[in-house]
Write a protein that binds this ligand. Structure first.
Ligand code: NAG
Ligand code: NAG
Ligand code: NAG
Length: 231
């Protein structure tokens, strides 16, 4: 009986929080990018040879609170990990990328009490990034940067088999090099309670249109995939 009452209370709490927040997101997207491909597209230079964090994006909302200013002091303890795991590939050793991600996505993620300040948001992103360990898992199952090409299903298969969910895998499609696509970005999706979720589910129009790096699009299933070694 007491358990049932507890369930009812939880349900009531959940309903009231959903109703008072009509724009609350349903899904978080942890986005990794491959530095060599990113820099091929964006004309930067990076010798990093591991997947770095691009962002942690809720599926709903962009720039939800422009008066909530990014303040690096609040994540000072995270900076060594931020610099290594979430580097700004375009402007190394600045905080511009984190500020951008905070305004665009963090202020929306912060609608959930689990992410309602800058320290919670950035530390959760780092925590998920380390838990997922995309770089380690790909290496472990033999997907390493190489001059030989992979089939798309080899890469997708490793990720689906290991995590048990569907990722979203994006490639750059250089016009000069028809017949090859370059592995660029891997998204892993989470429920609001941070359990893994298929990325294809509940894909809103908003989340499609907000992809910033327009040169990346979902990899083609037939075209060979180039996974470029770091320079
Ligand atoms: C990458 O570049 C940085 C700065 O240019 C340098 O300090 C570092 O040793 C390089 N790392 C590798 C693995 O070459
Ligand atoms: C936006 O952020 C500021 C600073 O944290 C806060 O005081 C304000 O209540 C927020 N506005 C909304 C609509 O959440
Ligand atoms: C940034 O955060 C620190 C630590 O919470 C605080 O002391 C400082 O006043 C904040 N700076 C601004 C400009 O809000």
């Amino acid at each position: 009986m007491r358990f049932r009452l507890y369930l009812l209370l939880c349900l009531a709490a959940t309903l009231s929080s959903v109703m008072s927040r009509p724009h609350m997101w349903n899904k978080l997207i942890l986005t990794h990018h491959w530095p060599s491909t990113f820099c091929h597209v964006e004309h930067c230079h990076s010798n990093l040879s591991y997947w770095t964090l691009h962002g942690l994006w809720p599926d709903k909302g962009i720039n939800c609170n422009s008066s909530w200013h990014f303040n690096v002091t609040q994540i000072e303890d995270l900076l060594p990990d931020m610099k290594q795991s979430w580097p700004d590939l375009l402007h190394p050793s600045t905080t511009g990328f984190w500020k951008y991600e905070w305004y665009k996505h963090g202020t929306c993620a912060a609608e959930a009490s689990s992410l309602d300040n800058q320290h919670k948001y950035f530390s959760k992103a780092l925590e998920l990034y380390h838990k997922v360990d995309m770089d380690g898992i790909l290496r472990k199952f033999g997907i390493t940067p190489s001059e030989k090409y992979y089939s798309f299903s080899q890469i997708e298969g490793v990720i689906e088999n290991f995590y048990g969910i569907k990722p979203k895998i994006q490639c750059a499609h250089p016009s000069k090099n028809v017949g090859v696509q370059i592995l660029g970005q891997i998204e892993i999706c989470f429920n609001p309670d941070f359990t893994l979720l298929d990325c294809e589910k509940q894909l809103s129009k908003e989340s499609i249109s907000k992809v910033k790096v327009s040169e990346f699009s979902v990899c083609d299933h037939e075209t060979p995939v180039y996974y470029p070694p770091a320079p």
